[in-house]
Design a protein. Structure first.
Length: 217
């Protein structure tokens, strides 16, 4: 995780790291298929005999003036621009999928996203209030799902979408959180448990007190 290496804190150790499942990329790319199908249909219609007959009507010829309307050329350029936009969006989806990662350390959980601008959304382990895993039938089959981290005192959550093996990440996060809270508790109690701190001074022993009375007598 090169991105995590640039943000690691002193003494921090990585416990687990994962990324979105390949299914997330497939779903994102599949969403552009209807758009490409529509572009293809418009392109075919622009070069169809039906459109040529429509443009050959006298009324349209009068409106167009000398020469036929270049509707086919306009639609071809429009389809080319739409196809380029879809390709650019598909490349962006791939880069977004490729550069998204989820990292668990011994102090925090980090969601790294972004293509042009990198964004690191982190949650300290002691502020993790609850964890939710959403997994559909396909997610159960291929072992991926959404992990939602509910943060204490904020009423908001961090969604780690289509994560690989979300239940494994959840188990390791809970273990790291328990270890983190135990260390924080031990640090908080350390001053009161230190030897000699808060312990009253011991008085003289009974034998020493008797010797003192005999000497005084």
């Amino acid at each position: 995780m090169a991105d995590f290496d640039t943000q690691v804190l002193a003494g921090e150790r990585e416990r687990h790291a994962t990324s979105p499942h390949l299914a997330g990329l497939v779903i994102a790319l599949a969403g552009w298929l209807p758009v490409l199908a529509g572009v293809w249909l418009i392109y075919r219609a622009a070069h169809s005999a039906f459109l040529a007959r429509v443009l050959a009507q006298p009324l349209l010829q009068d409106l167009a003036g000398p020469g036929p309307l270049p509707v086919a050329r306009w639609l071809t350029w429009l389809c080319a621009l739409a196809a380029l936009a879809v390709v650019a969006a598909a490349v962006f989806d791939y880069l977004s999928w490729r550069w998204t990662s989820y990292v668990l350390t011994d102090t925090r959980v980090i969601k790294l996203t972004g293509v042009l601008n990198r964004l690191a959304l982190e949650t300290p382990l002691e502020r993790v209030d609850d964890l939710l895993v959403a997994q559909g039938p396909v997610g159960k089959r291929f072992d991926y799902g959404d992990l939602v981290i509910l943060r204490a005192q904020e009423g908001s959550g961090v969604v780690m979408a289509r994560m690989r093996a979300p239940f494994r990440f959840k188990q390791r996060l809970l273990a790291a959180r328990a270890a983190r809270l135990a260390r924080m508790l031990q640090t908080a109690l350390a001053p009161s448990l230190a030897p000699g701190v808060g312990t009253p001074l011991a008085g003289p022993s009974p034998a020493a007190a008797r010797r003192g009375r005999l000497d005084n007598a």
